[in-house]
Ligand binder design. Structure first.
Ligand SMILES: Cc1ncc(C[n+]2csc(CCOP(=O)(O)OP(=O)(O)O)c2C)c(N)n1
Ligand SMILES: [Mg+2]
Length: 283
C-alpha cells in the first residue's frame, strides 16, 4: 500500500471497507457502552476513501518517512480513525477489546504518543489545520510528493485559529495540503449553523486562496473523484474537500434517531447495530 495503485484484484471494495470500518467502530463502542458512534458511522466513507484509495503508507511501518500524513484534528473522532487503522492493518483487530481501558493503545481521545498512525493529539479542537500547515510547509521545502491530509469537523469552523491556518496555507501556496471537513451539521451545543453560521462555506475558502470542492461525504464514487481531483489539480493552492455527511449512516435505526453530539445507544443495541451492518454486507 505504499504506492497509490489500482486496487488489487480480490481486494474488498471501498464500500466493503467502509462497512468494516463501521463494524470495528461499533465493536469498540460496545466495549465501553459508549463512544462517538454517530460521528464514526457518518465519516466511515470518507475514511475508507482516504485509507484505501488516496493515502500512501506502510501498515507495518506507520512512521515511514515517505508516507502521506493523515492528521485527525478532532480527537473525539478517535474511535473512527482506530477503526480505519484496524482495517488498514496498522493496529491488530484484537485490540478492539482494549478500547478505552487502562494501558490501552486506543484511548477514547486520540493521542499521538499512544497509537501508531495517530499523527497528532487532537483533543483541543481547532489546532489540527495549523499543525498540518506546518507539516505541509516542511515537506514542501524538503521536496518530494507527499501530501498532508487533515480531517476536521464543522464545529471546529467556529475556532479562530482555523482561519489563521487557512490564510497562511493560501499564502504559502501549499499544494500538498488537503483539508477535509466533516460537515455533519452537529456540534456539542446543537445544530452547527445555529451555534455559528459558517455558510456559505465554499466562497470563504476560495477567498482564502483554496481549491474548493463540496461533495456528498457518503457517496463513495463522488469521494473518489474529489480525492483524485484534489491530488491532481495543477494550481499551487491548498485543497479542501467539504464533505456533507449523515450522522449514524449505515445503521438505519440509529440514522432515524434524533441527532445529538452524544448519540444514545442502549446496551442491547450495539449487537443489533452490528447485525444491521452485517445485513448490508457488500462484495
Ligand atoms: C478548544 C475546544 N473547545 C471545546 C471542546 C469541547 N468539545 C468536544 S467535542 C465538541 C464539539 C465540536 O464540534 P463537532 O466536532 O462538529 O461536533 P460533533 O460533530 O462531533 O457533534 C466540543 C465543543 C474541545 N474539545 N476543544
Ligand atoms: Mg459536527
Amino acid at each position: 500500500m505504499d504506492a497509490r495503485s489500482p486496487m488489487r484484484a480480490n481486494a474488498p471494495s471501498l464500500e466493503e471497507r467502509a462497512r468494516r470500518i463501521r463494524r470495528h467502530a461499533l465493536r469498540m463502542g460496545e466495549v465501553q457502552g459508549q463512544g462517538y458512534i454517530a460521528q464514526a458511522l457518518g465519516v466511515a466513507d470518507v475514511l475508507a476513501v482516504s485509507w484505501f484509495h488516496a493515502l500512501r503508507y506502510r501498515p507495518e511501518d506507520p512512521g515511514w518517512e515517505g508516507r502521506d500524513r493523515f492528521l485527525l484534528s478532532i480527537g473525539h473522532y478517535a474511535i473512527a480513525l482506530y477503526a480505519a487503522l484496524i482495517e488498514a492493518g496498522v493496529i491488530p483487530e484484537a485490540e478492539i477489546e482494549t478500547y478505552g481501558t487502562d494501558d490501552s493503545r486506543l484511548p477514547m481521545s486520540g493521542m499521538a504518543s499512544y497509537t501508531p498512525g495517530m499523527e497528532i493529539s487532537g483533543g483541543s479542537l481547532g489546532i489540527g489545520l495549523g499543525i498540518a500547515v506546518g507539516k505541509a510547509l516542511g515537506l514542501k521545502r524538503k521536496g518530494g510528493d507527499r501530501f498532508v491530509y487533515n480531517l476536521m469537523s464543522d464545529g471546529e469552523l467556529d475556532e479562530g485559529p482555523v482561519w489563521e491556518a487557512a490564510m497562511s496555507a493560501g499564502h504559502w501556496q501549499l499544494g500538498n495540503l488537503i483539508n477535509i471537513v466533516d460537515v455533519n451539521r452537529m456540534q456539542a451545543d446543537g445544530v452547527s449553523t445555529g451555534v455559528m453560521n459558517f455558510e456559505p462555506l465554499a466562497p470563504k475558502w476560495e477567498a482564502f486562496g483554496w481549491h474548493v470542492q463540496r461533495v456528498d461525504g457518503n457517496d463513495i464514487p463522488a469521494l473518489v473523484r474529489a480525492f483524485d481531483a484534489a491530488r491532481d489539480v495543477a494550481a499551487p493552492k491548498p485543497r479542501i474537500i467539504i464533505c456533507d455527511t449523515r450522522m449514524a449512516k449505515g445503521v438505519p435505526f440509529l440514522e432515524a434517531r434524533e441527532k445529538a453530539h452524544f448519540l444514545r445507544v442502549e446496551p442491547h443495541e450495539w449487537a443489533l447495530a452490528i447485525a444491521a451492518l452485517d445485513e448490508g454486507r457488500v462484495a
